[in-house]
Design a protein around this ligand. Structure first.
Ligand SMILES: NC(=O)C1=CN([C@@H]2O[C@H](COP(=O)(O)OP(=O)(O)OC[C@H]3O[C@@H](n4cnc5c(N)ncnc54)[C@H](O)[C@@H]3O)[C@@H](O)[C@H]2O)C=CC1
Ligand SMILES: O=C(O)C(=O)COP(=O)(O)O
Length: 480
C-alpha cells in the first residue's frame, strides 16, 4: 500500500518552504497535522459497509501529506486479525497485544501512537488520554463505549468509533442457550458429572415454552433475543426508556416494576450509564416473581451482585447467568476470586448460576465482522477525515477528490462550537474556491470539512497555520 506522498497531477511532491527538502515537509506536516491522510476513496453518506480495500475507485486521488508507514497503531485485547490486516495493508505500523495493559504501560505507549484500538476492558479516561498527544482516533472493537471518556476525547479532537451491532446476534444466541440451561439446571448437572456424580432430577426443572421473558433494554440485542424467544414459544415483554415497536407479538410495558413482576426470566441489555448503575438491586430483586431467573450480559455495573447473592441464597431467585462484572481481569488466567471482586468466592459457591468471562460477543463471526468494520472506520478517518459512524463527533463525509482535481485540498477543522467560527473560516477560505463543504456540531464540538480548489502547494502550510491560529481551534488537518 502507499508508503509515500503522492500528488498526482502536480508532477511530484510539493516544495517545502524555506528551501527545506520534501522529507522535512513530510515530517513537519505529519507532526503538526497529527498524521492526517487522504482519500483514494469515493465517499457517499453513509459509506458502504465492507472491507476498506474493496470500496475505492481507482480514479480517486491519494491526498496524504505524510507516509502511511509513519502511522502508529496500538491494538489491545486481541483485536481480530481481520482488523489488524486492514490496518497493516495501509502500511501503518501495528503493535498488537493479546490483553489490556497496566495503566503505566498504557500511558507510555499511548503517547506515541496516532491510533488506538481497544475492546471493553481498556479504560481510556481523561487521565490516560491527556498523555495521548499524537492520538487522533480511537477504535472500540466492540459495542460498548462506556470505557472511553467520550467527551474528553471529543474536546481533544479525538474521534471515537465502535461497531454498533456486529456482535448483537452472538449475545442474543448466548442468552437463549442460558435461558434453557438455567431452566434445566444444566450447569449444575454438568459440573456434577465432571465430579463423577450421577444426579437425575426433575424437581425445579422446566420447559421454557409458555414462560415469559422480560427484556430490559430493547435495542439490537433485545430485538434479536425477542424473535428467538418467541420462536421457542415464550411470551416476550420488554421495558425500554424509549417507545419501541415490538417484534412479533412482544409487548412493551410501562415500568421496570411491571416487567419484573410478570417475567419468569429477566434479561438485561442496557448500556452502562449513571441511570443504569445498580438498575437491579435489592428492591428490584424483591419485585421479581418467586423462583424467577436473572441474566446479565450488559455491564457489571447494572446488577448489585451482593444483593443477587442474597436473593439466590433465600431461594427468591432460582438461577442466574452473569457474563459481566464490576471488575474484570486484564487477561486470561486464574483471576476470578475475591481479590478481584469481594464477593467472588461466595458467588462461585452458588447453585444454578452460570458464570462466563465476558464472552457474549466472542464468536468468530462477530469478532471478524467487528475487525473489518472498525478498522475500515479508522482508515477512513485517518486517511480521509470521514466521521460516519463516530460516537462522539458529528458525522461528516464528503465525496472524495479525484485525479481531475489536482489543485484541491481537503481542510478538516475540529473546533469549539461557539458563535462566529464560520465567519472566520470563510475569511480564510475566501481566497479559494470552496468546492464542497460540510459542517455539523455535536454538543460543544463541531466538525468542518471543506474541499477547496486553486491551492498552490506553497500555500498549504499557510492555510494550515491560519486555521491553527483561530481561537476556536481544537484540531486542524489539511489533506492534499
Ligand atoms: N457481554 C457482551 O459481550 C456484550 C455486552 N454488550 C452490552 O450490551 C449493551 C446493549 O447492547 P445493544 O442491545 O447492542 O445496545 P442498544 O443501544 O442497541 O440498545 C440498548 C437499549 O437500552 C435502552 N435503555 C437505555 N437506558 C435504559 C434504561 N435505563 N432502562 C431501560 N432501557 C434503557 C435504550 O433505549 C436501547 O433501546 C451494550 O451497551 C453493551 O454494554 C454488548 C455486546 C456484547
Ligand atoms: O461489545 C461489547 O460492548 C462487549 O461487551 C463485548 O466486549 P469485548 O469485545 O468482548 O471486550
Amino acid at each position: 500500500m502507499p508508503a509515500a506522498v503522492n500528488i498526482p497531477g502536480r508532477g511530484g511532491p510539493p516544495p517545502a518552504e524555506n528551501g527545506t527538502g520534501m522529507e522535512d515537509l513530510l515530517r513537519t506536516v505529519s507532526n503538526s497535522y497529527n498524521q492526517s491522510t487522504s482519500p483514494s476513496a469515493t465517499f457517499h453518506s453513509p459509506p458502504a459497509i465492507g472491507s476498506f480495500t474493496t470500496k475505492f475507485k481507482p480514479s480517486t486521488r491519494d491526498l496524504k501529506p505524510f507516509q502511511t508507514t509513519d502511522i502508529k497503531v496500538l491494538l489491545l485485547e486481541n483485536v481480530n486479525t481481520s482488523g489488524q490486516n486492514i490496518l497493516k495493508q495501509q502500511g501503518y505500523q501495528v503493535e498488537a497485544h493479546k490483553g489490556s495493559l497496566p495503566e503505566d504501560e498504557l500511558i507510555e505507549k499511548i503517547r506515541d501512537v496516532q491510533v488506538i484500538g481497544i475492546r471493553s476492558k481498556t479504560k481510556l479516561t481523561s487521565s490516560i488520554l491527556k498523555h495521548a498527544k499524537n492520538l487522533i482516533v480511537i477504535g472500540c472493537f466492540c459495542i460498548g463505549t462506556n470505557q472511553v471518556d467520550l467527551q474528553y476525547a471529543a474536546d481533544s479532537g479525538i474521534c471515537v468509533f465502535n461497531s454498533p451491532f456486529s456482535n448483537s446476534r452472538s449475545v442474543a444466541e448466548l442468552m437463549i442457550g442460558e435461558i434453557i440451561s438455567l431452566a434445566r439446571q444444566l450447569g449444575d448437572r454438568s459440573n456434577e458429572m465432571h465430579q463423577g456424580v450421577w444426579n437425575k432430577v426433575s424437581a425445579g426443572c422446566w420447559e421454557v415454552r409458555g414462560k415469559t421473558l422480560g427484556i430490559v433494554g430493547y435495542g439490537h440485542i433485545g430485538n434479536q433475543l425477542s424473535v428467538m424467544a418467541e420462536a421457542m414459544g415464550m411470551s416476550v415483554l420488554y421495558y425500554d426508556v424509549v417507545n419501541l415497536m415490538g417484534m412479533g407479538t412482544a409487548k412493551q410495558v410501562g415500568s421496570l416494576e411491571e416487567l419484573l413482576s410478570r417475567a419468569d426470566f429477566v434479561t438485561l441489555h442496557v448500556p452502562a450509564l449513571p441511570e443504569t448503575k445498580n438498575l437491579i438491586s435489592e428492591k428490584e430483586l424483591g419485585q421479581m416473581k418467586n423462583g424467577a431467573y436473572l441474566l446479565n450480559a450488559s455491564r457489571g455495573s447494572v446488577v448489585d451482585i451482593s444483593a443477587l447473592i442474597k436473593a439466590m441464597k433465600s431461594g427468591k431467585i432460582a438461577g442466574a447467568a452473569l457474563d459481566v462484572y464490576p471488575n474484570e481481569p486484564a487477561g486470561n488466567g486464574q483471576f476470578f476470586n475475591s481479590e478481584l471482586n469481594q464477593w467472588g468466592d461466595e458467588l462461585r459457591s452458588l447453585k444454578n448460576i452460570i458464570l462466563t468471562p465476558h464472552i457474549g460477543g466472542s464468536t468468530e463471526e462477530a469478532q471478524s465482522a467487528i475487525g473489518v468494520e472498525v478498522a475500515d472506520s479508522l482508515v477512513n478517518y485517518v486517511n480521509f477525515g470521514t466521521t460516519t459512524g463516530a460516537v462522539n463527533m458529528p458525522e461528516i463525509a464528503l465525496r472524495s477528490l479525484t485525479v481531475d482535481e489536482p489543485n484541491h485540498v481537503r481542510v478538516i477543522y475540529v473546533h469549539k462550537n461557539v458563535p462566529g467560527v464560520l465567519r472566520k473560516v470563510n475569511e480564510i477560505l475566501g481566497d479559494h474556491n470552496v468546492d464542497k463543504q460540510m459542517t455539523d456540531s455535536r454538543g460543544d464540538v463541531a466538525y468542518l470539512m471543506a474541499d477547496i480548489s486553486n491551492v498552490n502547494t506553497s500555500e498549504i502550510k499557510l492555510l494550515y497555520q491560519s486555521f491553527e491560529d483561530l481561537g476556536s481551534r481544537i484540531r486542524t488537518r489539511v489533506l492534499y
